[in-house]
Design a protein around this ligand. Structure first.
Ligand code: IFM
Length: 456
């Protein structure tokens, strides 16, 4: 590795998620997901939209894969829609699997490595009706679904990620309720989080053993930065870091749920503690080959005078602290751009995990983009990628085993409760016409990928 290069074999790619890009929600016998239901409720999605058509990737996957390959990116991180493969959450649909069969074949035809995520938040509505993630049974249904997908695609897909961002699926879906299915109850959210992690472990146990297959989980980290150095500031940072980061990371690493976080959330009721049965933490600690680190921004935290005061950040156990407005420079979403935090995050996760290989499974930024004469000059996003790639490179030079980098996202897409208002893509999508325009940031990332090195 020269001063600017990345390790040989470093995986360069872009990521998407099924509900955010596919559309085709009624095709091939796909069943409804919790996001179809949630988005149909007025007021739940900012612009009143849904993933009904999204980027029409269901029909345009071949040309989308072609764009990614032509850019020079060697890997595509996509998710499989459980309700496409199992419309009722339990019964396999050959037509649904057929879509991913074609997608994987197309990726391999273009020499693109498929990196498959089994769950990126689109739970079959039928399983939500049966109790959703707060029901223990859903974890077992997930492992069965994982085995079905693995059996169908395991002859061609080596890279398997079980669940993307269980934090969001649990705490936004069942805690604050800003995501599907829109439940607002912190105790329920904690139980859902446990069952998501249990589902991850059960799936890894069910799939592991095939030579060459690698298993992972992708966690979204928000490093807590205290806005002062007093003990109260450090305590605020501990609390935020605990519930946002360590609550998900530690059990996966075999460290169990962190005791300090269990104390912080204990006032939410006893359902979480009762949901953790003997042996569960061993299942969750199933050996993984790499961890997906999704990073966008840190959280600046400040203590409140009353340690029991309700926080402005609706997460389980968060009392006595507020999250401050992010200082600039900001993305269009209002998220802080803090690339150096990615270096320290990667070092911290690596140290805590005893050197587990890491992949930056999501990193990117939304900005306001305009197509001018068939081009999108998104200089701010180019700069964002450059700075964050330098941060990844710094971590590697400091000895962290980082094996890949995936931009979020290949395409502008359906940004959940924000609808189509936030564009993250390397490729601009005109949602009226479905016209694609490769952005300068896409070309930039492709050049870096082809060189396997930062520009000098
Ligand atoms: O669009 C999301 C993605 O689905 C999960 N990680 C964060 C992205 C940007 O908000």
């Amino acid at each position: 590795m020269t001063d600017l290069s990345f390790p040989p074999g470093f995986l360069w790619g872009a990521a998407t998620a099924s509900y955010q890009v596919e559309g085709g929600v009624a095709e091939g016998g796909r069943g409804p997901s919790i996001w179809d239901t949630f988005a149909a409720v007025p007021g739940k999605v900012l612009d009143g939209t849904s993933g009904e058509v999204a980027c029409d990737h269901y029909h345009r996957y071949a040309s989308d894969v072609g764009m990614l390959a032509d850019l020079g990116l060697g890997a595509y991180r996509f998710s499989v829609a459980w309700p496409r493969v199992m419309p009722d959450g339990r019964t396999t649909s050959a037509a649904g699997l057929g879509f991913y069969d074609r997608l994987v074949d197309e990726l391999l035809r273009r020499d693109v490595v498929p990196v498959l995520t089994l769950y990126h938040w689109d739970l079959p509505q039928a399983l939500e009706d049966a109790g959703g993630w707060p029901s223990r049974d859903t974890a077992f249904r997930f492992a069965e679904y994982a085995a079905v997908v693995h059996k169908a695609l395991g002859d061609r897909v080596n890279q398997w990620t079980t669940i993307n961002e269980p934090f969001c699926a649990a705490f936004l879906g069942y805690g604050s309720g800003v995501h599907a299915p829109g439940v607002q109850d912190h105790d329920t959210a904690l139980v859902a989080a446990h069952h998501l992690l249990l589902g991850h472990g059960l799936a890894v146990r069910a799939l592991a053993g095939q030579a060459g297959h690698e298993f992972s989980l992708a966690l979204n980290f928000a490093p807590a930065v205290p806005d002062g150095s007093s003990p109260a500031h450090l305590e605020a940072a501990r609390k935020f870091d605990g519930i946002h980061n360590r609550f998900f990371l530690d059990p996966v690493l075999g460290r169990g749920y962190p005791a300090d976080v269990l104390a912080d959330v204990s006032h939410h009721g006893g359902r979480f503690a009762a949901s953790v049965r003997d042996g569960d933490t061993d299942v969750i600690a199933a050996a993984i080959d790499w961890l997906g680190v999704n990073y966008y921004a840190p959280a600046r935290v400040t203590p409140l005078a009353d340690p029991l005061a309700r926080s402005n950040c609706p997460l389980p156990g968060l009392r006595g602290l507020d999250v401050l407005p992010a200082p600039g420079p900001l993305t269009a979403f209002g998220w802080e751009q803090a690339p150096a935090t990615l270096t320290s995050l990667l070092s911290w996760v690596s140290g805590r995990s005893g050197g587990l290989p890491l992949v930056v499974a999501e990193n990117g930024a939304s900005f306001v983009d305009e197509v001018t004469d068939g081009r999108v000059f998104d200089a701010a996003r180019v700069n964002y990628f450059l700075e964050h790639l330098r941060a990844v490179h710094d971590a590697i030079r400091a000895g962290v085993d980082v094996r890949g980098y995936f931009a979020w996202s290949l395409l502008d897409n359906f940004e959940w409760a924000m609808g189509y208002s936030q564009r993250f893509g390397l490729v601009h999508v005109d949602f009226e016409t479905q016209a694609r325009t490769v952005k300068e940031s896409g070309r930039f990332l492709g050049r870096v990928a082809k060189a396997n090195a930062l520009p000098d």
